[in-house]
Design a protein around this ligand. Structure first.
Ligand SMILES: Cc1cc2nc3c(=O)[nH]c(=O)nc-3n(C[C@H](O)[C@H](O)[C@H](O)COP(=O)(O)O)c2cc1C
Length: 416
């Protein structure tokens, strides 16, 4: 495991270990779409000296904000994702960032515009109702999400999605301004970095990929044109908040992988090689790549197939010159191996970090890990959020969750 504990100096970051908290939406925010003290506790628990904490996807404007009650757990639990377009939201984030900094960690705010995944029912949200703020759904082109794609994959989507409107060129400039406003707010709240969520089927991904982008202007057609939105957005945010402060998340998927909200490309190798090569022109804080090892919602933690699928995004290591992070299906052992073999600089953990507030320390000690409870990913309150215990017994509820030896994770399936 020593590879995970080699320090790393990169840009503004001086990291003591290579274990990053992956951005994870937890839908515990207030009705004002703002974090509160519970959110601050959750991130503080997972922050450690010289670590990097990427906070959950945060909406830049109502136009890009879905009413997330498309998910049953959220419908029943009633939680919200955060936004960062109002002053109140920005102020509320300050307490979260302060709590992360107090532990000696860096904080990165993931900014999200969901494009066609957003729906116009957000107009009735108390925070938006009566305002003149733009409302979605919008996308690169007027191509709706198919509830079931041609391979028969079902999405976690149990209501029809309205067809999006294609953004015209003047509106694209306005969307960049909305991103810039949100990025300024994130920096005002104290964040060290601002991450553009350019993956997982959301707006930027809808510009990149030709299953959605059917435009005939300078934002569509050739790969260079489809990358234009990403590059212009990165340039705008670098101008807005400065060098080494902007990060990007991409989720390259190939034929054999899942499609996020129905988004795919006919030539992903060429598309993502061009996008990643182009990002070398910017002094990014980091590039986060999603390893497309998703296992659906029902796989048990001990033999989740995601833990054993081969790495896919490592092919881009030879292209990208900056700090490269991967997330997706890593166990402590496979994470250490990926760093040792030089595939990635840092590994972001999602589910195992969610259930182990002291994950870096547990990995260092080789201690058993609390097993995550999927049913509580998106519910409300402290249950399944801040009550996972640390080893010292100072956090959470001791004994509440089953534990698993690190070396057993993923071991019931063969490793490639
Ligand atoms: C509950 C949950 C919420 C997530 N929310 C986000 C999100 O807001 N933004 C994002 O980029 N990825 C999100 N992800 C994906 C994670 O960042 C990560 O890529 C994924 O969990 C795979 O890593 P893991 O195998 O270590 O869990 C989420 C994952 C989970 C489990």
């Amino acid at each position: 495991m020593t590879a995970l504990f080699n320090p790393l100096k990169a840009g503004q970051m001086a990291l003591d270990h290579r274990i990053v908290l992956a951005p994870m939406s937890r839908y515990r925010c207030t009705k004002q779409m703002a974090p509160d003290t519970l959110t601050a506790d959750y991130y503080s628990q997972r922050a450690s000296k010289g670590g990097l904490v990427i906070t959950e996807a945060t909406h830049i404007n109502p136009e890009g904000t879905p009413v997330w009650n498309i998910y049953e757990a959220i419908r029943e639990g009633g939680g919200e994702a955060p936004g960062i377009w109002t002053d109140d939201q920005t102020d509320a984030f300050r307490a979260v960032v302060d709590a992360i900094h107090a532990k000696g960690a860096y904080a990165s705010c993931q900014l999200q515009h969901c494009g066609r995944v957003a729906q116009d029912d957000i107009k009735d949200h108390p925070l938006v109702k009566g305002s003149r703020l733009p409302i979605g759904p919008v996308s690169s082109s007027a191509v709706p999400i198919a509830v079931t794609d041609e391979e028969g994959n079902q999405y976690n989507w149990d209501q029809p999605s309205a067809p999006p409107r294609a953004l015209d060129v003047s509106e694209i400039a306005r969307v960049y301004e909305d991103y810039a406003h949100a990025a300024r707010n994130a920096i005002k709240a104290g964040y060290d970095f601002v991450e553009i969520h350019a993956g997982h089927g959301y707006l930027v991904n809808q510009f990149l990929c030709d299953s959605v982008n059917k435009r005939t202007d300078e934002y569509g057609g050739s790969i260079a044109n489809r990358c234009r939105f990403l590059f212009e957005l990165v340039a705008k945010l670098v101008d807005t908040v400065g060098l080494d402060r902007i990060a990007v998340r991409l989720s390259p998927t190939f034929k054999e992988h899942i499609r996020y909200f129905g988004v795919s490309d006919s030539n992903p190798e060429a598309l993502y090689s061009t996008a990643i090569e182009g990002l070398n022109d910017f002094p990014l804080a980091y590039l986060l790549l999603t390893e497309p090892r998703a296992s659906g919602l029902s796989a048990p933690a001990e033999n989740d197939p995601a833990h054993s699928e081969p790495l896919s995004s490592v092919r881009f290591r030879k292209i990208y010159k900056g700090t490269l992070i991967a997330a997706g299906g890593f166990t402590p052992q496979t994470a250490a191996r990926a760093i040792e073999e030089g595939h990635y600089d840092l590994i972001a953990f999602g589910r195992w970090f969610l259930s182990n507030p002291d994950l870096p320390e547990r990995i260092r000690q080789g201690s058993p890990l609390n097993v995550y409870d999927r049913d509580k990913f998106y519910t409300n309150g402290a249950d399944g959020y801040t009550d996972y215990p640390n080893e010292g017994g100072t956090i959470g509820v001791a004994g509440k969750y089953p534990v698993m030896e690190q070396h057993k994770i993923g071991k019931t399936l063969s490793h490639s």
